[in-house]
Design a protein around this ligand. Sequence first.
Ligand code: SF4
Length: 480
Amino acid sequence: MTHLVLAGHGSHLNAASSEPTRRLAAALRRTGEFSAVSVALWKEEPSLSRALDAVEDPDVVVVPVFISTGYFTRTVVPREMRLDGPRTRRGRQHIRYTLPVGTHPRLADVIIERAREAGAGPADGLVVLGHGTRRDSESEKNVLTMADLVARRGLFAECGVAFIDQEPGMLTMLERFRAPRLFVVPLFIADGWHVGETIPADLALDGPETRRGGRIVHYTPPVGTHPALAAVVLELAREALPPQTSDLQPPISSLQSPASTLQPPASLGELRLEPKRICGPGDPLRELPPDAEAIRRYVRSDAAGRYRPLSGSRGLPPGWFVPLGGGLTADDVIEAVYPLALVHRQQAADGTLRIVPLDAVLDRQSGRYESARRLSDRGRRIAREVLCRGCVRTPAWPLSSTEPPAPCAVRPGPGVIPCPEPCSVLVALAREAAAWEQDPPAPAPIDPSVPFADFAAPGNPTREAVLAAILEPSRPGASP
Ligand code: SF4
């Protein structure tokens, strides 16, 4: 049985960032080709570092949902998922790690499809628009290769590239291409900040169609949100597997978790578990559809509609319930609200929960998060105390490798969700707090409208609490 894992980026600030990867997973589940399809995210849950905790199949394929081979696919994903390279042996498990979706030749079909859907024909020009960066020559490679593959089909009068962050830049497109109608296809995964904001603003686009000096620029959605991307992932996964395991497999609709030997608790986090339904906080007035994806999307925002990037943060939207039955189990609902909570409870009870202390997590950070390592022991205690006290999970991880894990790492009490490893939100807070220790900014009045994980923004409640503790001279350190 082969388990497919889609490794994506996700975001602490933008709920839409991981949606293309999650939609892709849902589409691939429907193919029935894999025993299960799950996601693993750098900035969201389930995290890259823990997503494989729930996977028991002997064959696993990890496909990075990124456009280019670069820092994330070469460094971050293998490091966080503890992969040795294209093949990793872990016990009886064989994990195959493919190239990113953006490198597969079939992506050229998706680009062509995007352009055709927008109306492109033989007399038109097609521009493959990539990010590019002068810091990494690999970054441009896929964009050039894709444009070349499309050009060779001879379907359009012209086909070439443009970049946001390197030459040839997108601002010179109209001079470089001659066709009266230009179709610009963004080679991006998400309809996020660049595709939705910076590109339209920099090119002064009016929307999907912009008239300029007698010519027309058509701006399509990115390739990453096209349904045909599922076929590209299927190709990558099939190519990674030996022939006997790439045969059709019977589908498994629910997420895998070890058979529970724990008594079901009456409540877990902010959920109330009843025999025939699961309720959120408050009076259960509104019935949610018995659909795990719909429940997951619903609890990603709080009552005020603000994005909740940390699944365990207190503040689930109140007043709802989900009836059980019809294929939806209590485990499915809990997994949708608190990813991996049941797996980690069971592994703690079995004595198999892998605990990673904070110093190990900070020491492995690279790039813009490397500076988080500079946070003092005192600052680390403060960050844990402030962030984790607002979370329904209980840190089982110690601050350093020399300390023992918390008792919940082996004896999860009723309703306790052990947290085996500091999450990416805590790492982001540690990075900011390390800078505040060196050069403290001025405290600001708390502003609840500041996004939960925007720790750099004055008024962020977590920022203000951590900053106040750092600045408190009489405070020797938060209580362990
Ligand atoms: S590190 Fe703290 S805030 Fe993050 S998931 Fe674990 S307990 Fe919650």
